[in-house]
Design a protein around this ligand. Structure first.
Ligand code: AMP
Length: 358
């Protein structure tokens, strides 16, 4: 049994480790030199849209998956008929365009912040009339970790925002004064069985995920988030792991975005769940029974961004995951996960790790 994985970054690496534990081999495609997943499988060093590389993957693998959402959909479609590709290309397509994604949320009656399509400088003014200020404008495609975003708070920001990203197709969104952010991760196998992980509470800084903690003691929110994730999984006839990020405003949940892949806010599940998101993704695409998504105590995850300080390596708490990437400002190089019997103890450990990171 062999899985082809498009992308060989840290998500590919963690998928590769999970596959190895299940006795399954992985073959990756990635243009980078010595990417993180090279430690757990052969890597075809080719572009993600290299048709020959994808054809080779299709010919030598039983199923194909991907670890990031900017894989060109057209490239994926060239191999779809030859070998199963999961998650389905339609899910990838929706997630690649923020307008398309929001239209899908609307169609599935998943609540979301007000939004407005922006194709011209004049549309920006109309968006402000419709949504009010502050609002955030985002590139519809290829934005991640807060990149390609601009918050408009006052009149002087309009031209600055337009100069910064106006060359792209844009979307404007209401700025949400949320209480906190959560994500809900679900998994569905080819038989249609679904399992949902407990909620994670996430903290972002400058658009980048810093910490995740799970579970969250909010049964009503968990029930709603689970319902929204199930709507997406069913509608898309989805196979694999899907992550939905939401803003919490009182008892209301507003969808921000979904990712058709394993997700950074689910890394805690390696130590903090009976079955990690990575193992369940592999199980789902191979149509094996899904593993239990029950928590093992309370888990907290701290991302290591830009560098892995020596102080983190010498901590006697937590499990350090070093992706083996070279340091660069803003780059996710690893993470640390702690588990504890109580939420208070978990918070204490997360604080200790955060102090050693800053
Ligand atoms: P995104 O790339 O859209 O997930 O945005 C990254 C982060 O920016 C989110 O996790 C939030 O912390 C913040 N953010 C994005 N959009 C909004 C919004 N409409 N209102 C408030 N905060 C936002």
């Amino acid at each position: 049994m062999r899985i082809g994985i498009i992308g060989a970054g840290q998500l590919g690496q963690m998928l590769g480790f999970a596959a190895r534990d299940l006795g399954v081999e992985c073959l990756f495609v990635d243009p980078s030199v010595d990417p993180p997943a090279a430690v757990c499988g052969e890597v075809l060093q080719r572009r993600f849209d290299d048709r020959d590389a994808l054809a080779e993957l299709a010919a030598s693998c039983d199923v194909i998956t991907y670890e990031f959402e900017n894989v060109p959909v057209e490239a994926l479609r060239t191999i779809e008929g030859k070998v199963p590709v999961y998650p389905p290309a339609a899910a990838l397509q929706h997630s690649q365009d923020r307008l398309d994604e929001k239209t899908l949320f609307d169609r599935l009656e998943i609540p979301l912040p007000g939004y407005y399509r922006v194709d011209s400088r004049a549309d920006l003014d109309e968006a402000a009339d419709a949504l009010g200020l502050p609002m955030v404008i985002k590139t519809r495609r290829l934005g991640y970790d807060g990149k390609g975003q601009f918050v408009i708070r006052e009149a002087a920001d309009f031209d600055k925002a337009w100069d910064a990203i106006g060359a792209n197709a844009l979307i404007a969104e209401q700025w949400v004064p949320f209480d906190f952010e959560i994500s809900c991760i679900g998994v569905r196998n080819t038989a249609g069985d679904v399992a949902i992980y407990p909620l994670a509470r996430n903290v972002h800084e400058a658009g980048i995920l810093r910490t995740s903690r799970s579970p969250v003691d909010a049964p009503l929110l968990a029930e709603r988030a689970e319902d929204y994730v199930c709507r997406l999984l069913d509608h898309l006839d989805y196979v694999g792991v899907l992550a939905l990020e939401l803003f919490v405003c009182g008892e209301e949940l507003l969808a921000n975005e979904f990712a058709p892949r394993v997700h950074n806010s689910g890394h805690w599940s390696i130590e903090g769940s009976e079955t990690s998101q990575f193992e369940n993704h592999i199980r789902a695409i191979l149509n094996r029974p899904l593993g239990s998504t029950a928590s093992v105590g309370h888990a907290g995850m701290v991302n290591l961004i830009g560098e892995i300080p020596g102080a983190v390596r010498s901590l006697d708490i937590g499990v350090l995951h070093d992706y083996g990437k070279s340091p660069r400002p803003g780059r996710k190089l690893g993470h640390v996960t702690v588990t504890a019997e109580t939420a208070a103890e978990c918070d204490k450990y997360v604080d200790i790790i955060e102090r050693s990171v800053t």
